[in-house]
Design a protein around this ligand. Sequence first.
Ligand code: FES
Ligand code: FES
Length: 158
Amino acid sequence: MILRVNGAPQDLDLPVGATLLSALRSGLGLKGAKEACGRGECGACTVLVDGVPVMACLTLAVRVRGEVTTVEGLTEEFRDLREAFADLGGFQCGFCTSGQLVRAAALLRAGLPATRTEAEPLIRYEMSGNICRCTGYNGIIDAIWATSEKRRTAREAA
Ligand code: FES
Ligand code: FES
């Protein structure tokens, strides 16, 4: 079968029941999406399909028709988000981080309200499917908000 991943078609010979996660990790060697719970509860395996976050551990590879974006495919557009995670304590062990970054990327593309008072509840809600055992979440929220704010400031200055 052909999967489009990070902008390129990939021809994969997969077992019928293969998940998107196993196709990415075992079939293509893309180890960014992690397997933790394996049953849709933690978000560590989050990738985008046509820009929409999905849990790759619950998604059958043969059902995927759209463009898959993994954390490896979040290129320069999200350098600022990666730097904010690093600068503001958005990760510790890093196991959840690729899933957090992918979901946060979708959120930033959708756009956040201009004030933190309005944005923070939305960030917390949208990120609630991505579990982190280390950070206490505040660093993750801070990083997403800081990236949104920096982008808004840059747009207004342009
Ligand atoms: S590994 Fe997919 S949701 Fe936990
Ligand atoms: S940084 Fe360790 S689980 Fe999130």
